[in-house]
Design a protein around this ligand. Sequence first.
Ligand code: NAD
Ligand code: WQD
Length: 336
Amino acid sequence: MADAILVTGGAGYIGSHIVAELARAGYRPIVVDNFCNSSPSALPRLSRIAAQEIRCVTADVRDQAALSRVFAGHAIAAVVHCAGLKSVSEGEAQPALYYDNNVGGAIALVDAMAAAGVKRLVFSSSAAVYGQPDRNPVTESAPLRPQSVYGRTKRIVEQLLEDVAASDRSWRIALLRYFNPAGAHASAAIGEAPSGIPNNLVPLLADVAAERRAEIAVYGNDWPTPDGTGVRDYIHVMDLAAGHVAALAYLASTPGVIALNLGTGRGYSVLELIAAFERACGRAIPRRFAPRRPGDVAAYYADPSRAEAVLGVRAHRDIDAICADAWRWRLNRVDD
Ligand code: NAD
Ligand code: WQD
């Protein structure tokens, strides 16, 4: 029987791609999600591309009793913890909500895992734990100075997990620090489906290309970067998902806790992303230069060499693949 892997937040954007990749690798993913930022309609589509019925338990990860029932009902080998709230601006406006959901969810999960004797965990962390980097590329040993409530919740969970691993050497934990995930599954059956106004550049570009939005506001053209616009490390969500599958395999034979950057090691500017999206959709993307967005930094991109060495995987899809897949998903999306 294939190993069962619990994916919290598995109905969401990144979690659903991890579920698809786990199924492809021969695992049996089981989802726990409360659908606060996703829809149950993703599950039949996910089951189709996974070529197996994806079991989903509707529950809040803060509900430890519900989690314990999931562990009691399935022989779970490991957990991928994606459930969480991720909007930087919403976190600033509602800090208690973010601490409660992101930190409280991790505490309840760790307790339920310990009670069930399941001690292999991959955590969705974020480059937000670094804050403003002193230099690029950003390595895992860079200072950890999160600049937002959201980033602080991620760092606090990392610290919790470091302490858990120190207290009991049978835990095996990977803290995966994502840079800028984007793109969608090649089937165009799953992808990012933000409710309301998207927060991130690529789904916004897709909305402009689909004429759901008049133009893209480019936040600043006076940054100290080659073309004056912000530079980020966009990693295809399927490369990100492959990193999780590799991390689970790595943890099967390695105890302790490890932090790993998941990025490509290359930065692209907003104008380069716009050009890539224009190539993908074959249309011009109207843009307007706007003031810098508060809290933004000029440039950051990962040093992914530790993840590549430890996990043996490298992100190989480029921004053209990201934009092509994001555009196909935008055309295919039916839930709006
Ligand atoms: P998402 O909102 O699409 O997915 C999160 C999922 O978790 C959703 O399905 C939501 O319904 C669920 N969820 C949230 N709180 C829950 C709770 N208390 N109980 C049960 N389910 C809950 O977001 P995503 O982009 O897929 O992000 C997944 C994880 O990766 C998050 O932890 C996020 O912080 C992290 N991350 C995302 C990015 C990014 O740019 N998308 C970057 C770095 C890190
Ligand atoms: C990318 C670039 C913007 C929108 C965020 C979180 C981070 C992580 C990933 C969770 C920047 C520019 C954007 C627009 C623009 N999430 N931009 N016009 O801010 O790098 O990272 O998502 O962990 O924590 O902060 O991503 O997609 O918002 O922006 O010019 O309408 O696009 O200024 O240079 P960001 P983003």
